[in-house]
Design a protein. Structure first.
Length: 157
């Protein structure tokens, strides 16, 4: 009877060790995926947007739009060249969706079309890709890059 108890205890200990190892390995892979240089996480500044017939510099003469991803909270925030915005996102593998009902924005008066072009294009995005060096983010509609951002390493205002 005593040998049977020891055998069961050894099996339980082994099972717990394997389970703990599996949980730790899954958790560490997730941390690498969300914090590596090829991660969506962080601050980005727009340098290209498709669609409008107005030159990029004409759309954004004073300030380029920017975006910040906070993946652990499923949040996005930034400045669309004039107003600050924030909202919820859903990211799975290389797909992304912006919650159009949950996006909020300040309401300062802004001249030109830049703000509306940026926000409307953001709602059409359904995927993303990041360059191998982690410095360029493409937001995609299907397989077409409709927005391109450069990684920035400063805190956004």
């Amino acid at each position: 009877m005593e040998i049977k108890k020891m055998y069961i205890m050894k099996k339980l200990t082994l099972l717990l060790a394997i389970t703990f190892g599996f949980i730790v390995s899954c958790d560490s892979k997730k941390a690498v995926a969300t914090t590596g240089s090829n991660s969506l996480e962080g601050n980005w500044e727009l340098n290209y947007i498709s669609g409008p017939r107005i030159a990029f510099e004409g759309l954004y003469p004073d300030q380029k739009p920017n975006i910040t991803f906070v993946l652990k909270e499923n949040k996005v925030m930034g400045k669309n060249s004039c107003n600050n915005y924030s909202g919820k996102i859903k990211v799975e593998a290389n797909t992304i969706s912006f919650d159009e009902n949950g996006m909020i924005s300040t309401k300062m008066f802004c001249g030109g079309e830049g703000e509306s072009v940026y926000m409307n294009t953001l709602q059409k995005v359904n995927g993303y890709s990041i360059s191998d060096d982690g410095k360029t983010l493409n937001l995609l509609m299907g397989d077409i890059a409709v927005m391109r951002f450069d990684r920035i390493y400063k805190v956004m205002e």
